[in-house]
Design a protein around this ligand. Structure first.
Ligand code: FAD
Ligand code: NAI
Length: 495
């Protein structure tokens, strides 16, 4: 009886605790409290972008010292590592998006969020000109805003090297719309291949999927297409699945040059098993509506019929970044992106513009890991700058009042806050999914890199990404999508 009584007590406490936690989470998540209004005596920070760098900055910034305005053409944060999974319908697109207001409305001071493209930055007048370029616009759709500090984190766009036909005929894998477009086009190819009377050559063409770029994006996309084929299409389109062919084209001698040699070999052998053709030392020279033109390793030219081309050729700076760099052409000479100093201040400016993430050209790889750490670093640096400004003002007041003792104490304090500590990147390792429930990982252990691959690494990949997802809401949605796919398979509807 005593056992039953204590079991009852434990059950009651568990129910009450979960009920309380549930109530707290739903109230906190769904009904953020009132915020302090803008304070005209504080400095204004304009943040461009709602990606990895800017969101990490906003999340970590102490708002008591600044007024913040966020400008981004999309009103959400996109969890890019799971984008290839969205492209084949393993995960629903909304599951990896977090509306940026879910972050800003939880800050103690009001943050203004403007859905707009920043069109130009004037570093002398310290202004940014914005334009609402969405389908629906109000009577006012352009404006210019002032900043004291600009946090510039607009990311990069996909590098096409001006290769003819890429923009017109290939799908990209950068934005959420790209993943949705790829999924739609892929299903369109499959359905068109099933149209009555299609010749065998045309079926083969429609079902030939070419992925260009053997970096992590191209590899992950190839792996996901393979999973879709194996797990679902073979069951629902048995007459067509046999004809589906995936080719990965890479200009360099191997795929994934940033991973350990053993992981490159593992990926290549897994792809061989999965019947994904890997063409290395092969360059795409042109993309046509129904074919791609390849320059083969022996420099011969070959035209290959295709149904869909996915272009993952790397990054290049956005036009607005190129334009901004031109305004400081002496200091900004790196064509890969914006040059910054060790504290992320844009070279050639008076220290009021900070740039981070993929828009910069630094010794770090353009990854989410780097951008997120830079955002968190910058938030701490802004805290330090606010302290410095406060002490400087107090020092001026003490000097005016002739209070030498106080002035000396403040001078000492000021020397502690005056110099910003440089940004230090801590590499946690690299992870990539390669299909067939396998992943590869270069994991950092103290100063050593441990290369790991296979199914256990895949489980690690999943747990790592579910834990780095932005919010509890996203974690629940993604876990639910994985379960749904496991039970019912991927959705075939071409929406
Ligand atoms: P982004 O996150 O790209 O954010 C840029 C922001 O600026 C966006 O909100 C955009 O809308 C906004 N913007 C664009 N133009 C303007 C404008 N004119 N005005 C105002 N705002 C503008 N990295 C990893 O470390 N691990 C991974 O597993 C990984 N997987 C990836 C998978 C894919 C498919 C891709 C494409 C990338 C992946 N990356 C990964 C790389 C990672 O996504 C980027 O390095 C990261 O997004 C860079 O962050 P960012 O803040 O610089 O730019
Ligand atoms: P990338 O720059 O890493 O790779 C692009 C590849 O395309 C290059 O290897 C290049 O040689 C090849 N290429 C370019 N033009 C070509 C052509 N005409 N023909 C054939 N091949 C061509 O770009 P990616 O994969 O988009 O990654 C961008 C950044 O995002 C990288 O820093 C990467 O580390 C990061 N990322 C990380 C992921 C992860 O950690 N899992 C996943 C995806 C991206």
């Amino acid at each position: 009886r005593r056992f039953l009584q204590s079991l009852g007590r434990v059950t009651l406490v568990t129910i009450l605790a979960s009920g309380g936690a549930f109530y707290y989470v739903t109230q906190r998540e769904r009904h953020p409290g009132t915020q302090l209004p803008f304070d005209p005596s504080k400095k204004t920070v304009v943040v461009l972008g709602s990606g990895w760098g800017s969101t990490s900055f906003i999340k970590n910034l102490d708002m008591s010292e600044y007024n913040v305005i966020v400008v981004s053409p999309r009103n959400f944060f996109l969890f890019t590592p799971l984008l290839p999974s969205v492209a084949v319908g393993t995960i629903d697109s909304k599951s990896i998006l977090t509306p940026i207001r879910y972050v800003t409305r939880h800050k103690p001071r009001q943050v203004v969020v403007i859905e707009a493209d920043a069109k130009s930055v004037d570093p002398v007048a310290k202004t940014v000109t914005l334009a609402d370029e969405t389908e629906v616009q109000g009577a006012v759709s352009t404006t210019t805003i002032n900043y004291d500090y600009l946090v510039y984190a607009v990311g990069a766009e996909t590098q096409t090297f001006g290769i003819p036909g890429v923009k017109e005929h290939a799908c990209f894998m950068k934005e959420i719309q790209d993943a949705e477009t790829m999924r739609r086009r892929f299903m369109d190819c499959v359905e068109s291949a099933g149209f009555p009377g299609q010749s065998p050559e045309e079926i083969d063409r429609l079902l030939h999927m070419v992925v260009v770029g053997g970096g992590p994006t191209g590899v992950e996309v190839s792996g996901e297409i393979h999973d879709f084929l194996e797990d679902d299409l073979k069951s629902w389109y048995p007459e067509l699945a046999e004809h589906i062919k995936i080719t990965l084209v890479e200009a360099l001698p191997s795929v994934l040059p940033m991973f350990s040699k053993s992981l490159i070999e593992y990926t290549e052998s897994t792809f061989k098993e999965s019947k994904i053709d890997v063409l290395t030392k092969t360059m795409v020279k042109e993309v046509k509506p129904k074919s791609v033109v390849l320059q083969m390793p022996d420099k011969s030219i070959k035209e290959v019929p295709v149904g869909m081309v996915v272009w993952a050729g790397g990054n290049k700076p956005r036009d607005i970044s190129v334009d901004l760099m031109k305004k400081m052409s002496e200091a900004q000479t790196n064509r890969r992106g914006i040059s910054v100093d060790e504290c992320l201040r844009m070279q050639g400016t008076d220290g009021s513009i900070f740039a981070l993430g993929d828009c910069t050209a630094s010794s770090y790889a353009p990854t989410a890991q780097v951008a997120a750490q830079q955002g968190a670093y910058l938030a701490r640096a802004f805290g330090q700058m606010a302290h410095r400004d406060r002490i400087t003002a107090e020092l001026a007041a003490a000097q005016t009042a002739g209070d030498n003792e106080q002035a000396q104490t403040l001078q000492k304090q000021l020397s502690r806050y005056d110099r910003l500590r440089p940004f230090h990147y801590s590499h946690q390792g690299s992870l990539a999914y390669i299909g067939s429930d396998r992943a590869i990982a270069d994991i950092m252990f103290f100063n050593f890199t441990i290369a790991s691959s296979g199914v256990a690494t895949y489980l690690f990949w999943r747990s790592a990404y579910i834990s780095t997802l932005f919010s509890l809401r996203n974690r629940v949605l993604v876990a639910n999508d994985w379960l749904k796919t496991r039970i019912f398979g991927r959705d075939l509807a071409r929406d």
